[in-house]
Write a protein that binds this ligand. Sequence first.
Ligand code: SF4
Length: 239
Amino acid sequence: MIANVHSIETFSSLDGPGIRYVLFLQGCNLACKYCHNIDTIPRINYKQMSVDEVVNDFLKYKAFYQDGGITISGGEPLLQLDFIIALFEKLKEYNVHTAIQTQGTIFQDNPKFRKLIDLTNLFIVDLKGVNNTEVKKITNVKLDNTFLLLDILNKENKKFYITYVLVPEINNSNYHIEELGKILKRFNQANYKFKVLKYHKLGLDKWTQLGIKYELDKYREATSKDVGEFLDKLKSYIQ
Ligand code: SF4
């Protein structure tokens, strides 16, 4: 089984518990206006790696990852579902903690995805909006499959993080907070963590190099204060 790989980060502390080996897969079904890895979007044959190559590469560094493990990111990793299943099956032989970063919009409730859920210790689900109307300010997609994934993870008592990129003046109003509160209330608090990520423009150079217009240019980056205020207000909706 072969994957199209964008890049590998061998020492990340941001993509799940502990120190992580992060495999960024090439290709995404979306084109988010704030994408900071726009070069991962094209579904092209980039660097190719087999399951054994990834496993052997991970095992070289295994001693570093005692409380961590491997995280599959992208692009959108679920586009390469068969590869991830084969990879995680192999990694489970070595008792490795497995995580996936996904926006969940291509998730389906079928046996293959159910198998992936069984093999995955942690899902990190990026929520692109609070509903199918609001999400259009960020990307052209519906969130039904993302919500289906979250509801199944919750029902199965799996561990998951929900991440939400805060873009000032676009998705941090009281309306967004209230809608988010309704979403989070559905889930058992023991199963999930909610994380707000600050919108930034670090990937802007890549857009410029590719000659693609960056629509969010006129919006400022989010600050720690924005995140603090957002979370304070959100608390009153989920307690
Ligand atoms: S889902 Fe992620 S990789 Fe895909 S376009 Fe959006 S931000 Fe970029």
